[in-house]
Design a protein around this ligand. Sequence first.
Ligand SMILES: [Zn+2]
Length: 134
Amino acid sequence: MLPVTDDRDTAPFFVAAREGRLVYAACPSCERAVHPPLPYCPSCDAGEPVTWRQASGRGTLYGFTTVAHQVHPAFPAPYTVVLVALDDAPDVRLTGMIPGTPALEIGQAMRVWFEDKGQDVVLPQWQPAEEKAA
Ligand SMILES: [Zn+2]
């Protein structure tokens, strides 16, 4: 269950993740984040290709849900899906998966870490900011 990492619009995200960097797409003209990534900004008529910006790796927990009933062997339950807004660009919200049922609170500080899934795929994941990096 690995994502497609060579898609034209999203490949730079996965290339950066392999290097341990979190990036997001943004418009070089109006400065808005473009998420999900698109070739061009949908908010203005600049017509310039989006550029990829380095994110700090800090975020804020926007939402979460715990899955108690397993739906696929690749995702043993229970696990918790988190939705994290980047502190650098709050309109950019990324998902992550935390095993088990961690004690979480909306609005708490989160930070990224990078999970090597094998087959040259590295995924940004999230954990509470006060915990040590995995
Ligand atoms: Zn724009």
